[in-house]
Design a protein around this ligand. Structure first.
Ligand code: HSE
Length: 305
């Protein structure tokens, strides 16, 4: 039996990225979390246990995303435990547009850094996670919590965190496979100037609307011409979903990240909105799962067990 030398636990929230017009820059943390326990053990080797979402699909060998992230840290810090045991307890569905890969990447990075007493700064840790993920808009809200705006300057990251009042978000995930890479490949290399103006003007407005909890303004703000027109047709029923959600009182509806989940914002009627969206997906032949989630103002939590 391998002797446990040190154990750390990291908890990371789910995130919804883009928020309509804020492609690759806006993100919001939600009250659904993954937990990862990383233990340095005396006996060489790697063992991984996965419970909850993604069990049976998430690799339990060196291909595991949290392990790959941890390896970057061990390399950078120049220290590694002789053996490693990882336990992942996941509530964030995988391949959903709710930041499960960001949670795994950040979880691996933060747990490994704590395990080997790494001296990397917060900024270095977040930038490493962003470089692994390829875009900042899930990593950054997962790390800081709440609403975040991420601005990349080459590889350097600037973050603004924006306080928002309590808010419930309806999330519905259809049973449909849409890898982020495929959803990104659907986007054109160039967009018309009028579409750029449409989005630029609304990014600022989404921030103002969310920080004021102003649903009427959110209805105008949370629209997009940059990615959703190209992505919605990839998901059966999605165009109808936007309509029925608004019919039940959602003021704003948006693809969550690259999809396939959808996020609806409303001051009330959350359950009815979720049911209407699920019915629209069912009419398109897709079973789905729904959550009503609060905005999560706590980002990552790191505990030395
Ligand atoms: N901004 C990314 C995209 C988020 O829309 O492709 C992926 O979760």
């Amino acid at each position: 039996m391998a002797e446990a030398l040190k154990q750390v636990k990291v908890s990371i929230p789910a995130t919804t990225a883009n928020l309509g017009p804020g492609f690759d820059c806006l993100g919001l943390a939600l009250g659904l979390r993954n937990e990862i326990w990383m233990t340095a053990v005396s006996e060489p080797g790697l063992t991984i246990e996965v419970d909850g979402e993604g069990t049976g699909q998430i690799p339990t060998d060196a291909a595991n995303l949290a392990v790959q992230a941890a390896e970057h840290i061990f390399e950078l810090v120049g220290k590694r435990p002789s053996g490693l045991h990882i336990r992942q307890q996941n509530d964030i569905p995988i391949s959903s547009g709710l930041g499960s890969s960001a949670a795994a990447t950040l979880g691996g990075i933060l747990a490994a850094n704590a395990l080997v007493d790494g001296a990397l700064t917060e900024q270095q840790l977040v930038e490493l996670a962003v470089s692994m993920e390829g875009h900042p808009d899930n990593i950054v809200p997962a790390f800081y919590g709440g609403l975040t705006l991420s601005v990349m300057d080459e590889d350097a990251l600037h973050v603004e965190t924006i306080a928002v009042p309590p808010l419930q978000v309806v999330i519905v995930l259809p049973d449909f496979d849409l890898p982020t890479a495929k959803a990104r490949a659907a986007l054109p290399a160039q967009i018309p100037l009028r579409d750029a103006i449409f989005n630029v003007s609304r990014v600022g407005l989404v921030i103002r609307a969310l920080e004021r909890g102003d649903f009427a303004v959110l209805a105008l703000a949370m629209q997009d011409q940059m990615h959703q027109p190209y992505r919605l047709p990839l998901i059966p029923g999605m165009v109808d979903v936007f309509e029925v959600a608004k019919g039940e009182g959602a003021t704003a509806v948006t693809l969550s990240g690259a999809g396939p989940s959808v996020a609806a914002f409303a001051p009330a009627n959350h359950q009815a909105i979720a049911e209407a969206i699920q019915a629209a997906f069912a009419a398109a032949g897709l079973p789905s799962r729904a959550w009503i989630l609060p905005v999560e103002n706590t980002g990552r939590v790191i505990i030395d067990d």
